[in-house]
Design a protein around this ligand. Structure first.
Ligand code: FMN
Length: 215
């Protein structure tokens, strides 16, 4: 069985979702995520491509407020570590930036990478070990876009040390937490990314990153 070419309305819908997607920190409204919606979003993540069809991801759903509080405290400490590396105007700009919505979002989804899954002979990974990690990131992007299509927001939090999260969530040795994602309904999605609105950095013009034939 095969599928035909995209029809124009669904392609338009896909591009719309891609451009509407935002990293969310401040707009979570804390409303619960209905079970069927969560299942659809996770199924979209699980439909991602993966090297050798290894599907090296797991999704840990974290609702417990104590666990999320403990993670949030850790994130604040790591925020301080990063802030200490900044000076002057950059330090002032960073002080205005919110870097997570762990407590305000409805739940967290922690996405992990198991390099042993489908191994040791993972088709397509023998020369590029990172291909396994790339696969996990594609699942994360699918999740992010599906959540956007469902009218929700996702915020990726990376201000953490992997051993802390492994210990907090009982993740076995050898399995890496790749992303702590905050998920939930939002009041709205901003049109311009937070970091642009705060003057931290702008999206580069497309023509500056497209090269022809050679670097
Ligand atoms: C790997 C990765 C890690 C990120 N970590 C954080 C984070 O710790 N805190 C945060 O506020 N945003 C984080 N972000 C979100 C980016 O800041 C955001 O994607 C970027 O500013 C562009 O904004 P947009 O996603 O709304 O287009 C992360 C994004 C990625 C892809």
């Amino acid at each position: 069985m095969s599928t035909g070419p995209f029809d124009v309305p669904s392609a338009t819908g896909l591009y719309d979702v891609i451009h509407r997607r935002r990293d969310v920190r401040s707009q979570f409204n804390g409303e619960p995520v209905p079970g069927d919606v969560l299942t659809r979003v996770l199924a979209a993540a699980h439909a991602a491509p993966s090297v050798g069809l290894s599907q090296p991801w797991d999704f840990i759903l974290v609702e417990d407020s104590g666990t999320r509080r403990a993670f949030h405290d850790h994130v604040q400490r790591e925020r301080d570590v990063f802030a200490a590396s900044l000076t002057g105007a950059e330090a002032e700009r960073f002080a205005q930036i919110k870097i997570d919505g762990v407590l305000e979002s409805s739940l967290s989804v922690v996405v992990t990478y198991d390099a042993e899954r489908a191994g040791p002979a993972v088709l397509g990974r023998h020369a590029i070990a990172d291909a396994g990690l790339y696969s996990v990131c594609l699942a994360i992007q699918n999740l992010w876009l599906a959540a956007t299509a469902e009218g929700m927001g996702v915020g990726w939090v990376s201000f953490y040390r992997e051993p802390f999260v492994q210990n907090l969530l009982g993740i076995p040795d050898g399995i890496r937490p790749v992303a702590w994602l905050c998920l939930g309904p939002v009041t709205h999605l901003e049109v311009v990314p937070d970091l642009e609105r705060r003057g931290w950095r702008n999206r580069l013009p497309l023509e500056t990153v497209v090269r022809r034939e050679r670097w």
